[in-house]
Design a protein around this ligand. Structure first.
Ligand SMILES: [Zn+2]
Length: 212
């Protein structure tokens, strides 16, 4: 369980900002963990703003909704820099589905943290081929606190950290739920990739650079 760092309680001390990242595969509870942290901050009467990429409209246009239907009001934004404008005056900024933003999100989070804001970012660390996803690797590198949460492999019940796509699509962005993805452990994920490409080279995880 993540415990928030204790921040000095001197009333006139300048606010201190930092970045937390919650990452993992689909069905790992990332969004629940984000909501848990934001809710606790809100109960303490901190000013909390939540953002998500405008393209993620799986459930509700303005809510961050986890798979267990916990929800919290959020603002959809088209580009990361909008967050800087909309988050002015916030104590805590939450960002969900961060993998869908472009790399400018890394600078946006750094600016917020530098200016004294607590930034909590949740997102998929890997895409459906096991490649580092969007701005997540750089966010993980620059965050003060990183929490990797895990799902349960639907094939064998072991700890799962991969999002295995069960429908045929080569797009990196394919929104969907249990109809499109399964959480899988490493061996079951590799087995699935090999089954999809029997004639190809032994399936390996493609490095991100080679994919572009
Ligand atoms: Zn497995």
């Amino acid at each position: 369980m993540f415990i928030e760092p204790r921040v000095g309680n001197r009333h006139n001390a300048p606010r201190r900002g930092w970045i937390e990242v919650v990452c993992g595969s689909m069905f790992s509870g990332k969004t629940e963990e984000l909501i848990r942290r934001l809710t606790r901050a809100r109960i303490a009467r901190q000013r909390v703003e939540i953002f998500k990429p405008a393209l993620d409209t799986r459930y509700h246009a303005e809510d961050v909704v986890s798979h267990n239907a916990a929800r919290i009001r959020s603002s959809p934004v088209a580009i990361a820099s909008e967050i800087l404008l909309l988050a002015a005056g916030s104590d805590v900024v939450g960002i969900d589905e961060a993998q869908f933003f472009d790399d400018s999100l890394v600078d946006v989070c750094a600016q917020l943290a530098n200016n004294g804001t607590r930034v909590i970012v949740a997102g998929l660390d890997m895409d459906y081929l096991g490649r580092p996803f969007g701005p997540m690797p750089a966010l993980l590198a620059t965050a003060e606190y990183v929490t990797k949460v895990h799902a349960v492999c639907v094939c064998c019940g072991e700890i799962a950290s991969y999002s295995y796509r069960i429908v045929a699509s080569a797009s990196q962005v394919l929104l969907g739920e249990t109809d499109s993805y399964e959480a899988r452990c490493r061996p079951c994920f590799l087995e699935g990739l090999q089954a999809k490409a029997p004639a190809a080279e032994p399936a390996t995880v493609v490095p991100a650079q080679a994919a572009h």
